[in-house]
Design a protein around this ligand. Structure first.
Ligand SMILES: [Zn+2]
Length: 222
């Protein structure tokens, strides 16, 4: 039995899902899960095709020290950018980093994503754009961590998107919804100026998303 086998299998599955959903291409992007019980994180290896990836190739790393515990492959170059969230945030147990077209487009302008659609609330009241730093560096990890405070996603200047969640399903949903909102932002900017939702409305959306799937009690009636 392989150490953290289920988690490693899940990462392989979601990597393929990300390719099929056109959220990443070839060997681009990286995914990870944090196992709080063992204090280990499991992350995709560097430069391996998602459809050739096996659970054995997923690298296990100690969240506190950054040392490799299991796996023969080289971990993703953005390993520290994943680890910093597991080390200092307790609400994030899975991360997906991608170079989706529209999020990368907005990131190349170094713009934040404003609340032009209520689905931005999948990530927060808005999505900030982290300051530029070279890929794979601790500086980039720190910039991303700083700009993602109180959010579940962050744009990386001239680079792409990071999305987090309590599990990979949530991180995947955040990636899809934020990419969709970045596309809307691009499209609205092509023909006019999008109307941005007020902060109190976005706060209400955040409350609603916490109770997603449950019935919301409204005071008003039709
Ligand atoms: Zn990247």
């Amino acid at each position: 039995m392989m150490l953290l086998q289920e988690i490693r299998e899940e990462i392989v599955q979601y990597g393929q899902k990300a390719i099929e959903a056109r959220l990443t291409k070839g060997t681009g992007g990286n995914l990870s899960i944090c196992d709080r019980e063992s204090g280990l994180m499991a992350i995709t290896p560097s430069g391996i095709d998602y459809f050739k990836m096996t659970p054995e190739m997923i690298v296990l790393i100690d969240v506190q020290t950054g040392k490799i515990v299991d796996g023969n492959e080289v971990p993703s170059s953005e390993c520290d950018m994943h680890r910093i969230f597991y080390k200092y945030r307790t609400d994030i147990d899975a991360i997906i980093h991608t170079h989706t077209t529209f999020a990368a487009t907005i990131s190349c302008l170094n713009w934040p994503l404003p609340a032009l659609h209520y689905l931005v609330a999948f990530a927060g009241v808005d999505v900030r754009c982290a300051k530029y730093a070279t890929y794979g560096t601790v500086a980039l990890a720190k910039n991303a961590f700083e700009a993602m405070k109180d959010r579940k996603a962050v744009l990386l200047a001239n680079h792409g998107l990071v999305a987090g969640g309590a599990n990979l399903a949530e991180a995947f949903a955040v990636t899809e919804e934020i990419e969709f909102c970045c596309e809307l932002y691009y499209r609205t900017k092509c023909i006019g100026e999008p109307v941005i939702l007020p902060n109190d409305e976005m706060e209400r959306m955040l409350e609603r998303f916490k109770n997603y799937g449950k019935r919301i009690e409204e005071h008003e009636t039709i």
